[in-house]
Design a protein around this ligand. Structure first.
Ligand code: XLS
Ligand code: NI
Ligand code: NI
Length: 441
């Protein structure tokens, strides 16, 4: 207990809940759900940037949290961040963390200085995390903060900026490999545009694909065995982001023959910004074979930007975990809380409550999703709804053996088909889902 005023958070059943006490009421790490412990099913991770770097500043006001953790010079501050990160992860019982290169080491005057900082501080961070048994879920490069990237990084109009971005990705990959990372993320922060009046869209997208293929080639060359991910987001900071949503990214990857090399990191708040549900984005990734990892957070129904709230919506978490189960569970991926406490929650210890909230929400969601799967009613409903595809004309169409002429003859012979159309029973099914959430213990 140095940076945070809390002992390790443990599970306590909801019946024993006491006012004001910090405890998990749903996340019971060793409890077995569908054959695996909750710890293994959920693979929770800390986002280094929100948790140990960002100080709750917003567009209209400065930071309200001090995250120098007692350090004074830059190197000391980042070493203290690493110590604080390990302590925090022990407190909330997190096994994994995720970072951008610039979260763990400050930029120097030149790229060479910056790389030296990164070498020194990633060695330090690696030591601290190894000592505490913590693992790197994924690393990434921050290609959006520095003014050099104002027009893009992999999609910059300037080839020099592109080269600089490539150098940064190269180094971030090396650090990720050194720290044993299971994944490497590309979120295209500035990879988009504000106006086509000054933009060569075709060239920008081709260049992005070039950067991605070079990164894959280099990563594999230096021994990276984990997954490469793209994290879709439709807007913010740019008006049009190229990686709009899962379907757009899949189309892009297919066009540039990168589908074999990438999976998706789906963020809840990005899904809703794109006008989709979280589940839609997860399902799109799953049915296309590219489900990878999750940035667990929540947007606000009334606000049109990436509010990155800690998730409290058990309903959404249930549908999310249903998709994770259908995808066969996480392999290299996990649930990273790309989330921040509200600015008015102005104590560092509020972050503990944020993670407890998020972890309990997903633990409850996992339990409810497991009930839905074990109960089988929803799956049976869907199979039954599509039963006509297993025999007769349906099977013939699926087998590719039907022609337009034959279908026309069939329809003429069949006459009215409205009698075969049955209710989708949406409200009944929604009630089933609610019941499974309420049934959890
Ligand atoms: C921003 C993104 C970012 C990525 C990592 O909206 O969610 O935090 O997860 O670069
Ligand atoms: Ni994210
Ligand atoms: Ni985001």
């Amino acid at each position: 207990m140095k940076y945070f005023n809390s002992e390790k958070i443990t599970y306590k059943s909801i019946d024993e809940r006491r006012q004001g006490e910090r405890a998990f009421h749903w996340y019971d790490p060793d409890r077995i759900v569908l054959g695996k412990t909750m710890r293994e099913q959920l693979k929770f991770a800390a986002s280094y940037w929100h948790t140990f770097v960002a100080e709750s500043a917003d567009m209209f006001g400065t930071g309200v949290l001090n995250k120098s953790f007692g350090g004074t010079d830059p190197i000391e501050i980042y070493k203290n961040k690493a110590d604080a990160a390990a302590e925090f992860m022990n407190v909330v019982d997190l096994d994994y963390y995720c970072f951008h290169d610039r979260d763990i080491a400050p930029e120097g005057k030149t790229l060479a200085d910056t790389n030296r900082n990164l070498d020194e501080l990633s060695d330090y961070l690696g030591g601290v995390m190894a000592k505490n048994g913590k693992k790197l879920l994924w690393g990434t490069a921050n290609l959006f903060n520095n003014p050099r990237y104002m027009h893009g990084a992999g999609t910059a109009p300037s080839a020099d900026v592109f080269a600089f971005a490539a150098a940064q990705v190269k180094k971030a990959l090396e650090v990720t490999v050194k720290l044993g990372g299971n994944g490497y993320v590309f979120w295209g922060g500035r990879e988009g545009y504000e106006t086509l009046l000054n933009t060569d869209m075709a060239l920008e997208q081709e260049n992005m694909a070039r950067l991605l293929s070079m990164a894959v080639e280099y990563g594999r060359k230096i021994g990276f065995k984990g997954d490469f991910y793209i994290e879709p987001k439709p807007k913010e900071p740019t008006k049009h982001q190229y990686d709009f949503d899962a379907a757009t990214v899949i189309g892009f990857l297919r066009k540039y023959d990168l589908l074999k090399d990438f999976k998706l990191n789906i963020e809840a708040n990005h899904a809703t910004l794109a006008g989709h549900t979280f589940r839609h984005e997860l399902a799109t990734a799953r049915v296309n074979g590219v489900f990878g990892s999750i940035d667990a957070n929540q947007g606000d129904m009334l606000l049109g930007w990436d509010t990155d709230e800690f998730p409290f919506d058990v309903y959404e978490a249930t549908l999310c975990m249903l998709e994770v189960i259908k995808a066969g569970g996480f392999t290299n991926g996990g649930l990273n809380f790309d989330a921040k406490i509200r600015r008015g929650s102005c104590s560092l210890d509020d972050m503990i409550d944020g993670y407890i909230l998020g972890m309990d929400t997903f633990a409850h969601g996992l339990l409810a999703a497991a009930k839905i799967v074990e109960d089988g009613e929803l799956d049976a409903f869907i199979s039954d709804r599509y039963a006509s595809w297993n025999t007769g004309i349906g099977k013939k169409i699926r087998d590719g053996a039907a022609t337009m002429e034959e279908l026309s003859e069939y329809a003429l012979m069949r006459g009215d088909v409205l009698s075969t159309v049955r209710s989708g029973r949406q409200e009944y099914l929604e009630h089933v889902v609610n019941d499974k959430i309420y049934e959890c213990k």
